[in-house]
Design a protein around this ligand. Structure first.
Ligand SMILES: *Cc1c(COP(=O)(O)O)cnc(C)c1O
Ligand SMILES: [Zn+2]
Length: 402
């Protein structure tokens, strides 16, 4: 029904091999025989969205390791749309997955695949959410988890999750890109299963974001989908979801995939602006959005192909711009997100203002992670609570003070 194939040289690998990249170094993709896939349209139109609603399009046979991932809300955001100056804006809030980020969609598929392959230990390097998600799914599967985190650069909530779910947490004296190199070597040499987004099965789970957006719009396709970009897997995954629905005749188009980075960590945006597929890695990426503080994104080529292939765009926003968007989401729409997530909305605003995005487009912004992931950042950007004495005069005075 499916196999792995190199996106560079076309080399094929079977579904029983433990491989992450091709012998030539190229990224792998899961390739299906779409003519053999039967979609039950009646079921698609009636069942509530979730990752496993789309099992017919996922590369696993057995019982999923699942704690109800996906099925996140697609909010219509009229107050935010009015402020930004666009007609029709939706936000898909991936922070409402079980561990609080979209990584759960990839992990439920990746960890199920690890079980099928008979792997005994799981590992990842992470800017935070991958480790939180893998720890969660490792616990559900009953498999030990090892996570490598860049010391001092992971938001508090994410470290807490990895710890309570029982992972072995290594704090690496280095950045995320260095941790990725280390975990790959560890996994290769010790027969540990790697669940970073270089693992093609992870991206298969994440492509369901594309399915769900169509599903929630009554099997219509928006003009544009805007995604925060870090290691760049999600942009490629969502694009694949839309492409497949078109391939299967469910829809007729794909949205313009638009990837947003931060000015301090934007190798994908720089490559896009030059019109090339090769990124130049950044040695010292820096941004308040720690989830996407990545200088050498492993899936950059897949993401750039998604952006070019869909007629999309890429832009970088400043930390100040993303903080404003984070506050707008919270205060105009009741959507609480972590800093990286707000880049999609900050990017939309910037691209509306610069005329790249048309005000008549139907746009879906992905918010990738939950507000409570990074409470320290929120405290830092917010006005402090007012401390008052425990009497009514003091309370009244504070309530009516400016
Ligand atoms: C992982 C992550 C991203 C980046 O996703 P990529 O697939 O690595 O580009 C963005 N935001 C949050 C909150 C994340 O956890
Ligand atoms: Zn190859």
């Amino acid at each position: 029904m499916y196999h792995l194939e190199c996106i560079e040289c076309g080399q094929k690998y079977t579904d029983s091999e433990v491989v992450y990249t091709c012998k030539c170094g190229g990224l792998l993709d899961v390739i299906y025989d779409y003519s053999a896939i039967q979609l039950d349209m009646e079921r698609l139109r009636t069942e509530a969205p979730s990752v496993w609603k789309y099992k017919a399009l996922l590369p696993v046979e057995g019982k999923p390791v699942s704690i109800h991932e996906g099925g996140t809300p697609l909010y219509r955001c009229d107050r935010l749309a009015e402020k930004i100056g666009i007609k029709e804006l939706y936000v898909k809030h991936e922070g409402l997955n079980p561990s609080g980020s979209f990584k759960d969609r990839g992990m439920t598929v990746g960890v199920t695949k690890a079980m099928e392959l008979g792997m005994k230990t799981l590992a990842c390097a992470s800017t935070g959410n991958t480790s939180a998600s893998l720890s969660t799914y490792g616990a559900k599967a009953g498999l030990p988890v090892i996570v490598l985190l860049p010391e001092g650069k992971v938001a508090l909530g994410k470290v807490a999750q990895a710890l309570i779910h029982g992972a072995k947490v290594l704090s690496i004296r280095g950045n995320f890109d260095e941790a990725v190199v280390l975990v790959r070597q560890l996994c290769d040499e010790e027969k540990i299963y790697l669940l970073n987004s270089i693992n093609p099965y992870r991206l298969e789970g994440q492509k369901t974001i594309g399915y769900e957006i169509c599903d929630q719009l009554g099997f219509n396709v928006p003009d544009r989908v805007i995604v925060p970009v870090g290691n760049a897997g999600n942009t490629a995954a969502i694009y694949k979801g839309f492409r497949e629905l078109r391939e299967l005749g469910v829809t007729e188009s794909v949205p313009k995939m638009t990837g947003i980075q931060t000015e301090g960590a934007c190798p994908v945006t720089k490559a896009f602006k030059k019109g090339v597929e090769e990124i130049i890695p950044e040695k010292n990426p820096e941004t308040i959005a720690t989830a996407i503080r990545i200088g050498n994104p492993v899936n950059a080529k897949k993401a750039l192909r998604a952006i070019y292939g869909s007629g999309g765009y890429s832009e970088a926003v400043s930390d100040e711009e993303l903080i404003e968007a984070q506050k707008d989401l919270a205060q105009l729409e009741g959507i609480g997100v972590e800093p990286a997530s707000a880049t999609s909305v900050a990017g939309l605003k910037k691209l509306i203002d610069s005329g790249v995005i048309d005000r008549d487009e139907t746009v879906v912004c992905i918010t990738t992670g939950h507000l409570l992931k990074d409470p320290e950042e929120v405290i830092n950007i917010s006005t402090k609570p007012i401390t008052v004495d425990a009497n009514i005069e003091a309370v009244r005075k504070a309530v009516f003070s400016r």
